[in-house]
Design a protein. Sequence first.
Length: 242
Amino acid sequence: MLSFKSLAVRRLQGILTAAALSAAASAAPIVTPTGLNVGDQYRLAFVTSTARSATAQFIEDYNNFVTNAANTQTALSALGTTWTAIASEYFRGIAARDNTGTNPGVSAGVPIFLLDGTTKVADSNADLWDGSIDAAINRDESGAIVVDGTKIWTGTSSAGTPDNGLAEPTFSIVTGRVGVLGPGWIDFAQDTFPPDALQFYALSGILTVEAASPAPEPAPLALMVIALAGLGWARRRPRRKA
């Protein structure tokens, strides 16, 4: 027969597990990075959780693909921004830096962040295309972590220009790798199977902080632990004699 202590431990484990699952289910992408002030501009980047081939000729097909991924999240859809693939098209020679509006020769750009609310990928357009990034683009549209080494269709050099772009006719399209900070984040290897379904990098349009972000609410799991700790302290408190 289980002791009262064992039963209490099991019950506590069950409560904490349920709380953790509830917290995971209610997770959402963070669309306003911390540390920014009202009026500051920024962009958001993510990896699509879904995958597709690289056989379509036109970059618009891939832009629509990443937009559909973003729109599965209420927080991203509510931004009312455009979403473009960080990828280059072979057929018309459209560069990723032009498709995404990040060409350093056209504009300085703004900082780019992940959907975790803190991680900055690049400080500017020039920083994005200087051969390395500050942090890996490794979160999907829901804010979940994407496994390092995941292949990404890009067709792009580390300078943001076409490099065996999407739908390249010899079927030797450049891919990037999640988790890499150097040139390989966007230009890691050439893959010869464009019909294969791989994921894509997505980038938002320029966003502006319109109001100060409220302090994040405590996670359900943290609240549960605090409540249980308080309950345990109350039970252990000695009774006063009459």
